[in-house]
Write a protein that binds this ligand. Structure first.
Ligand SMILES: Cc1cc2nc3c(=O)[nH]c(=O)nc-3n(C[C@H](O)[C@H](O)[C@H](O)COP(=O)(O)OP(=O)(O)OC[C@H]3O[C@@H](n4cnc5c(N)ncnc54)[C@H](O)[C@@H]3O)c2cc1C
Length: 466
């Protein structure tokens, strides 16, 4: 370590140190720069780029976006012009709250420096889980999280000899990669160890989605559930995948997409309290249990607004809201982030899948008296040439009559319906209030009674009957 070198000298400005630079960190920086708060911001990231859209990576791999630079939201220079200092290739190795300092290591030279802060924001995000599969370090086995991961995968699929791929994990990132590979004309095997893909949906909805994906994929996509990969084979690069049920699948590349874990180790070592799945526990102002240390984004635990329990739902949408909230509180103002519904959406070749709140499975786990209705209807007037099917499942508590969640999928506008339900849940509406919602209607956009309201009416009738 450089002997007692304090990178930032004492002056009147509040010293704000931010660790991590993809979504939450840059959001805090941008919001602070827009405020009147007199501060010096230093953002440290172990990467060589900041502020990019990981969410856009599947579409870059697919080829919808040619240049990866287009995924960059703001460049370091854009922050520096406004007075923030962006330190690339710098990893925070330790937080020492008693002395209000962090240790920052240059990832190239290895040199460690001390950096003092008045307020610290931890936005270290999450990283992919790499299961202990035999030969997992063979070439052409990838994960997808960072910009460079996307570039590496795209380079591989662009090679002429790349014809077959295996995706391990059937979560939403797995589905987005599946779409990208399918659209690049690869034959793809998705292997999911659970009985259903997309476990964030109820099983019967996941199964309908799986069937639809396979149906529209012209025999190029194979989804294997209830089986797991036990080893990879190949000389120096992966050539085969072996499953626990003895299937042998030839492949040119593998993407492991089995989930992520929070980067919370440096916080834990500093005595910061962790919560669900070892994500950092914060209050609704994004404050950790240690004074003047805030956290936001994928590294923090969430509070679920329906179950009223802690959970961990790492999403870019939340990371941005949490970052904004952290910045407001860091600057001495007041803001409170209430929690999340876990609203999410993804797609596969024209099929949209979306959900908010609790599924039936989760609602039952949390002790709600659940009533549901599932219906498939046209998303627009049936006579319109572009009318498409949409399946909606509404989950309601029978006793309280409160809407708990919704899942929707289909070629039609599924997310529009789910977002409507998200608003209703946030407004704590009962099903009786909800079915009077004055939704828009014209034949090219909806049906006279929107499919969502039809689902609500069915539930209402069931409640009255029982
Ligand atoms: C392929 C893909 C698709 C996605 N699609 C969606 C989507 O459609 N919708 C959605 O809402 N979300 C989506 N997400 C999730 C979204 O990208 C994340 O929620 C978001 O990036 C979280 O931002 P973050 O800043 O909290 O953390 P991260 O994005 O994880 O960034 C954390 C940064 O901190 C750095 N870091 C970690 N530890 C240290 C350290 N000790 N010192 C210095 N730097 C450190 C990391 O290297 C990283 O650069 C997707 C994610 C992926 C991978």
């Amino acid at each position: 370590m450089d002997n007692n070198i304090a990178e930032n000298s004492k002056n009147d400005l509040q010293k704000i140190v931010i660790i991590g630079g993809v979504a939450a960190g840059p959001k805090i920086t941008a919001k602070l720069l827009r405020s009147n708060f007199a501060c010096q911001i230093d953002l440290y990231t172990e990467e060589d780029m900041i502020s990019y859209s990981s969410c856009g990576l599947p579409y870059f791999i697919e080829g919808l976006i040619e240049d990866p630079q287009r995924l960059i939201v703001r460049r370091p220079e854009q922050f520096e012009e406004k007075g923030a200092k962006i330190h690339l290739n710098k990893r925070c190795t330790k937080i020492i709250p008693e002395e209000k300092k962090v240790l920052i290591q240059d990832t190239k030279s290895g040199i460690i420096k001390e950096v003092f802060y008045d307020k610290l924001a931890i936005t270290t995000g999450a990283r992919p889980i790499i299961p202990p599969i035999e030969n997992v370090h063979l070439k052409n086995i990838f994960t997808l999280r960072k910009l460079q991961d996307g570039i590496n995968i795209k380079n591989k699929i662009k090679e002429k000899e790349t014809k077959k791929a295996v995706i391990i994990g059937g979560g939403y990132i797995g589905i987005e990669i599946l779409e990208a590979f399918y659209k690049n004309d690869l034959e793809v095997f998705m292997i999911e160890q659970n009985p259903h893909i997309l476990p964030i949906f109820d099983p019967e909805i996941s199964d309908m989605i799986k069937e639809s994906i396979v149906d529209i994929s012209n025999g190029k996509v194979h989804i294997i559930t209830d089986d797991s990969v036990v080893s990879f084979e190949g000389k120096d690069k992966v050539e085969r995948v072996i499953t626990s049920k003895g299937q042998i699948i030839d492949t040119d590349l593998v993407v492991i997409a089995v989930g992520v874990i929070p980067n919370s180790e440096i916080a834990k070592d500093a005595g910061i309290e962790l919560g669900f799945k070892n994500a950092i526990r914060v209050n609704n102002r994004m404050q950790t249990n240690i004074k003047d240390i805030y956290a936001a984004g994928d590294c923090i635990e969430n509070f679920h607004l329906v179950s009223k329990n802690y959970c961990w739902i790492p999403l870019g949408s939340s990371a941005n809201k949490e970052g904004r909230c952290a910045a407001i509180n860091i600057s001495g103002q007041y803001d409170a982030f209430p929690g999340v519904l876990g609203s999410a959406v993804t797609r596969y070749d024209g099929l949209t899948m979306s959900l908010t709140g609790l599924t039936e499975t989760d609602a039952k786990k949390y002790g709600f008296e659940v009533i549901t209705s599932t219906m498939t209807k046209k998303d627009k007037a049936g006579y319109m040439p572009d009318a498409e099917n949409i399946t909606i499942k509404l989950v309601v508590d029978k006793r309280l009559r409160k809407i708990l969640g919704a899942q929707a999928f289909g070629s039609g506008d599924a997310d529009k319906r789910v977002n409507t339900v998200a608003s209703a849940i946030m407004a704590d509406q009962t099903i009786d209030e909800f079915l009077h919602l004055d939704m828009t209607y014209a034949p090219p956009f909806s049906t006279a009674v929107d499919p969502l309201l039809s689902a609500a009416l069915v539930i209402n009738n069931q409640i009255f009957k029982s």
